[in-house]
Design a protein around this ligand. Structure first.
Ligand code: AP5
Length: 222
């Protein structure tokens, strides 16, 4: 865990390529700020698990490594931020992903800071293809870090329900990277021009990345 810092912020955006560590670092930021995590990827997977029409429609895009249409995503966010736990702000994870989504968000919610976690493409495929998570507590792991995986046990909650994501395969990851570079990466400049961007080198130990994020946020949260 990083140094405790006084962080008093409204909404925060976690931004970066697939596998950058957004979900991993979200746990730390939530514990430091008390903000609830709003992950559009998790919301789409939940909609699919429920068998809703929206989830089934989104699956076509997710399986192909393409972005789900802006209108669908913006509609989801408009509804989510009306919920009680979002009244003091939220931690957006994986949203916005296009300029159109960022423009829509600016009409819905004040964003204090955008944390961009940078990781080179060549590291991404290994990270994604080795990822698994706990179906019960949501903890995220990687094959090479967590020996308990071999025994099929979650380090955080001792559940044996460990799972891999349907879109975590090399072919889909390469499409997701293409979508990131063509449609999402331009958002970094968009937010930088608005004085909101915090850039963090994500190609280091998880704890080092977390410490840099907290230091960057401390400078924004006064
Ligand atoms: P989404 O679920 O958001 O996936 P993503 O952006 O591709 O990001 P990931 O969840 O794969 O990675 P992450 O950055 O959270 O990394 P993690 O911490 O898990 O989106 C899925 C799909 O939904 C999209 O392709 C799209 O179709 C759709 N979608 C979602 N939002 C959308 C939107 N706004 N607009 C349109 N479409 C949308 O870490 C990955 C692995 O690396 C783990 O194994 C972890 O243990 C490991 N790791 C983490 N940090 C480190 C480190 N520092 N060093 C080494 N390994 C590390």
């Amino acid at each position: 865990m990083g140094t405790q810092v006084a962080i008093n912020m409204a909404s925060i955006v976690l931004f970066g390529p697939p596998g950058a560590g957004k979900g991993t670092q979200a746990a730390l930021i939530m514990s430091e700020t008390g903000l609830p995590q709003v992950s559009t990827g998790d919301m789409l997977r939940a909609a699919l698990a429920e068998g809703s029409a929206l989830g089934l429609e989104a699956k076509k895009y997710m399986d192909a490594g393409l972005l789900v249409p802006d209108s669908v995503i913006i509609g989801l966010i408009e509804e989510r931020v009306k919920e009680d736990d979002a009244s003091e702000g939220v931690l957006f994870d994986g949203f916005p992903r296009t300029i159109a989504q960022a423009e829509a968000l600016s009409q819905i919610e004040e964003v204090d800071a955008v944390i961009s976690i940078e990781v080179p493409d060549e590291k991404i495929v290994d990270r994604i293809c080795g990822r698994y998570s706990c179906a019960d507590c949501g903890a995220v792991y990687h094959d090479t870090f967590n020996p308990s995986a071999e025994q099929g046990i979650c380090d955080s909650c001792t559940s044996t329900q460990l799972k891999r994501r349907a879109d975590d395969n090399e072919e889909t990851v390469r499409s997701r990277l293409e979508a990131y570079h063509s449609q999402t990466a331009p958002l970094a400049l968009w937010y930088d021009e608005r004085g909101k961007l915090i850039v963090v080198d994500g190609d280091r130990d998880i704890s080092e990345v977390g410490n840099d994020i907290l230091s960057g946020m401390a400078g924004f949260g006064d």
